[in-house]
Design a protein around this ligand. Structure first.
Ligand code: SF4
Ligand code: SF4
Length: 99
């Protein structure tokens, strides 16, 4: 009789991600918010230097890092990254520190 896999092996691994936002580039069009599949973006209350409301992540655990926000952003102001062991790649970390 075949052995059953332990319960933890049956769990599907949840894909985790985050976004890197260049606040100064954002023009507040909202495309990233509209096209985010899990709907984890909204407009921030604060204004950026250009006078627009940039997006902000409302549910960091819900972001998959799919980068659809990045694909739809006409101003290259946002992109999604998948997290490896809960941490972004070092290049993305440095970029997010700049903004
Ligand atoms: S990376 Fe994907 S899930 Fe995360 S905010 Fe962008 S569109 Fe939404
Ligand atoms: S799609 Fe780009 S420019 Fe438009 S609100 Fe999102 S980050 Fe800003």
């Amino acid at each position: 009789m075949p052995e059953e896999a332990p319960p933890e092996a049956k769990k599907t691994k949840k894909v985790r991600g985050t976004v890197v936002i260049n606040l100064a580039r954002c023009k507040g069009c909202g495309f990233c918010i509209a096209f985010c599949p899990p709907q984890v973006l909204e407009f921030a209350e604060d204004y950026n230097p250009q006078g627009y409301h940039p997006p902000r992540l409302t549910d960091p655990d819900g972001c998959t890092g799919c980068d659809l926000c990045g694909l739809y952003c006409p101003d290259f102001a946002i992109y999604g990254i998948m997290l490896k062991n809960g941490a972004p790649p070092s290049a993305a970390r440095e970029k997010s520190d700049e903004s």
